[in-house]
Design a protein around this ligand. Sequence first.
Ligand SMILES: [Zn+2]
Ligand SMILES: [Zn+2]
Ligand SMILES: [Zn+2]
Ligand SMILES: [Zn+2]
Length: 347
Amino acid sequence: MPFLKPPSPDEVFSRWVDGMSDDEVEELFARKDMPFDRSSVSAAEFVKEVDRKIAVFFMSKIETESVEAEKKESNYEGILKIKFYEFPGGKVPHELKLDSKVPVFGSLEKTECPDCAGAGYIECAKCEGKGSLTCSECGGSGELSCSECEGAKELTLTLTVLSGEEEVERELRVQCPACFGSGKVVCDRCGGLARLVCDDCRGEGKFPCKKCKGAGVLFTYNVSLPPISGKKAYLIYSKPEVDDALAEMLEEKVGQLEAVRVSSHEQLKRNDLEAMLGFYNKDVESKASRAKKILAELEKKADRRGETPLYPVYIFPMLRLDVETAKGKRIQLFAAGGGKNYTLITL
Ligand SMILES: [Zn+2]
Ligand SMILES: [Zn+2]
Ligand SMILES: [Zn+2]
Ligand SMILES: [Zn+2]
């Protein structure tokens, strides 16, 4: 004994037509140059196709505020490349999907860079931050020993003198003309400054900190779901475009429909469904298993997405009439629910 007897196509069509004003009925079904009588408008004449399937409907609750944000860190160059978001008055841009996590501008905070302790630079190890090194040529004195006198300050001049019949050598001393008698000359490497520019840091004494790129600070920010609270309706029936449109229209009415109600996704299996629906076929099997998968996924990811399924899950017959009006316009008429209590939707 099937529990859910769907309405008949004739009954559905009549109910639809009965709900329209005379003008509306005439607009849709009056034939050109023929007298019009609304009582003669019939499903047999205008319904071109009928199909019967089941639909699975459920809602979810969305509260993204409860989802923990992901903390991220970046330097100033990094945050320049990031697109941040703000949600003034809770307003969420349309481009954002429900489950897309985005960097939130209001969460940006500066922290001192741990690598350079906020200085923005790292001291040069070679010169210990001084920018210069002791001259290796002169050892830091700025002077070198005079190479002319070898430090003796004087030069010895040797003259050849004829002494009587004998040629002899006589020595005379003079101040060394190269070092002016000091024995030292200015170091040609450092020019007497005693220090050389550090060749590692080229005299800077420091290198920009790689982590903070010289700014001395890093930025932390939250990557989180846009603040959304509300409900979402899911319909598993035909194809996404149709299902989404129908789900929106069914949201208010679904509680009043004659439908099978399932209070846990565990019940979406053959034995339970067959007992509740009075039948079981491929259509039921594939839709129930899709619903089960979505519900299980929502439950599993609830703490990351902020979306939790709301039970019951409704399973009801869906009768679709493909109506062609007198002017050849196609209207799809859906009857959702069992024969005792169903709702009409047109697309
Ligand atoms: Zn740093
Ligand atoms: Zn250096
Ligand atoms: Zn020197
Ligand atoms: Zn000298």
